[in-house]
Design a protein around this ligand. Sequence first.
Ligand SMILES: [Fe+2]
Length: 395
Amino acid sequence: MKHVEFNLPTIIRAGNGEFQKTGLYLKEFIKGTRIFIVTDPGIEQTGFVIEAIQMLQRQGFETRMFNQVRPNPRDVDCKAGGEAAREFRADAILALGGGSVIDSAKAIAILQCLGGEPQDYAGRNNVPEKVTPIAVVPTTAGTGAEVTRSSVITDTAKKIKFTIKDVHIAPALAIVDPELTYGLPPNLTASTGMDALVHAIEAYTCKLSNPISDGLALQAMKHIYPYLRTAVNDGNNQEARYNMMVGSTLAGMAFSHADVASVHCMAEAIGGLYDTPHGIANSMFLPYMVEYNAGADLKKHATIARTIGIASPNDSDQDATTRLVAEMKLLAADLSIPTFSSLAEVSEYDFNYLAESSYLNGSTSSNAREITKEDYLRLFKIAYSKEYKEISLQK
Ligand SMILES: [Fe+2]
């Protein structure tokens, strides 16, 4: 029987219009008066940041904005943010944005309090004490970072990603409002939505899965999968946006209490080297990894297919899994996710390096099936050589 440890220190307020109560919620849940807002230039342009500043000022808070976050967030930017937060003497940090902003905010909270480099805290449980409290308003439905204890940062010198995983960086407050995603363009909706789906699938199938994370992961899939195409094709569909947002948060809770696995290891390898958007990178490798992993736990993979409604209880586990692989390829194609081979920056000469980088990722050991550097190399080659619509699972 598996030992289960569940610790979610994040207060969640979720629903349409919740963003409008940001000032009130921070007043209620956060001590102090100085709020350091972490965001990026794209979010700033939407007007959400100025709205948040006005709400906070109405509650008597003093604010300072830091908008130097880039996709695949970088160590150097986190360091600059940490110094700015320290100089401002921030009492709390408000992250307003997608996964890159939220992960940066977590690293900034550490650096403000404890100094040093983000790399000093890489790995599990290497943040020795409490850091600046973090409130989060996600603007994408994908990352789940509003409820996770992890932060994935790019080491710009080494061009690899590293993860800080520690309960001390779990947000104190998550304000989850689907209305903030209404204006998200189709490509970002697709890539972030696929990331959320991969979180649920990897949390459910990985070696660190447990009954509590399984419940969260399966429920996440029920909210994400049926609404993903609709959210991409009709961005103002309220039902789809609501379900994607709720599903994303559930998937974040699931993988935070289990782990991600080898799809993320491959995605983080190419994200570190080529700056490939995280959700796109995940989508490229998902079908092949499901195919690779299925034999290690056919029942769980078949359960995924049945949970998302693409296989019935009458189908054999093998048939259900075959459909799952095929559907993951079709879904990525339908959402216009580029294939691995279509990325101009990808070179086969890098595959050895990418395989090594994937293998060294801390989540490799969590993958459902044992996986070596050579296996990763083979999977990179397979993903590079195939089109999504080519279905090749052997029975
Ligand atoms: Fe992810």
